[in-house]
Design a protein around this ligand. Sequence first.
Ligand code: GLU
Length: 495
Amino acid sequence: MAIPSEAVRVRYAPSPTGDFHVGGARTALFNYLFARHHGGRFVLRIEDTDQKRYNPEALNWLLRGLRYLGLDWDEGPETGGEYGPYVQTQRLEIYREHTRRLLESGRAYRCFCTPERLEAVSRELQEKGQNPGYDRFCRKLDPEEAAVRAARGEAHTVRFRMAESGEITVHDLIRGDITFQNANLQDTVLMKSDGIPTYHLANVVDDRLMKISHILRGDEWVNSLPLHVHLYRALGWEPPVMAHLPLILNPTGKGKMSKRESRAPDGRVMPVFVRRFEEMGYLPEAMINYLALLGWSFDDRTEIMSRQELIERFSLERVNASPAVWNYEKLDHLNGYYIRQLPVTELAERLLPFLRAAGFEADREKVLKVAPLIQERITTLSDAPAVANFFFLEELPPYDAAELVPAKGDAGMARIALEKAREALAAAGFTQAELEAALRSAAGDLKIKPGQMFQPIRVAVCGRKAAPPLFETLEVLGRETCLKRIDEAIRKLQS
Ligand code: GLU
């Protein structure tokens, strides 16, 4: 499909009602990739007309999350742009004007029904086994009379005058043609009694006024499609191209991905908010790569793709209509991969805040030495404090003296090995190569296997058996710390 670049204007239009979910991030990403691929514009619009569900923190979470993911918007809050303001509550006069247009053309009508009446009607319809909704009571009111009542200050909403019969077919780029029976549709409220529009009116008006060319949004909006297309036509407009992105399912493959965080059977937190992935030390590179594969693929094989490659390769033709299953293991795998790809200086820079947050006095120079030793051993940046704690702690956390005992050896052997190691380390040059030579020859003198020599040392200085390569570790820790910890280990064996 050839799309002239100046024609592409897409938007991500979240409602600030809660935390920024990865499902929303996937929608934002697809819009971003599509815009960048075509050299178009990526617009961010805040749909905050639902004041009851408004969450004052949500906008911060959203902007921070988008910045963490590097999804920079060309127009929107804090950036501005030609078609602003980009926050809907700052555009109320625009929606009121379009409501007047719809009233004048007869495509909308004023409804004076009270909330109590609406509730009773809906209940009644439900009891009769019909679709609950509105019985179109005010649709028959004389518009002039209704205008007089409104002018007198009588509370009212404005509803869309929906076609009562026939059908509407909408073409969706991903799902193909979708046909809806008008008889199943409602006279939906467009303008509430407080003068604030509903999502539907504000969304349609803004997409038009902001010259949006393609609507890429979550599958959950498919049900609103017929109303929106009717609304476009009632206003005399052609709707943008529509593309509804596939659902994201829970890791089990059953049910829509959870809106809240949960715990796996092993107690692990299963994050769903962008903020949490950032806090847990997932790299934006991995998140972008992973999210791009949620419903899109390049060729069914290629998994690892940089942002630039994704931009070059992204196309709506390869967005899948069937749901995508969230997979934490795959994300972990990608994150580990991207961590190993980072230049050491960059890894150190990214580790710094995680180590500091864990309470370690981590300076750049030290972290630069530690980073290559743990690079292969962490899946997320937040794994680092636990994996590297012994580099930063003054005192090792308590460990069991039995850990010091080497394979096929006993406490006596451990003690002899540590005493000999102490001697060797007191004298050796503190470089990886010199340390290795000194400790190997020490093992030779004792006539024990090198492994039997190294294990007690490793446990003595790291507090555990599974640790980064020994000689590099010793070098980074330095003579003083190594000797002190070996002395402690010897004492532990004695008591
Ligand atoms: N405000 C809607 C949301 O929260 C936007 C849906 C759309 O993109 O039209 O997802």
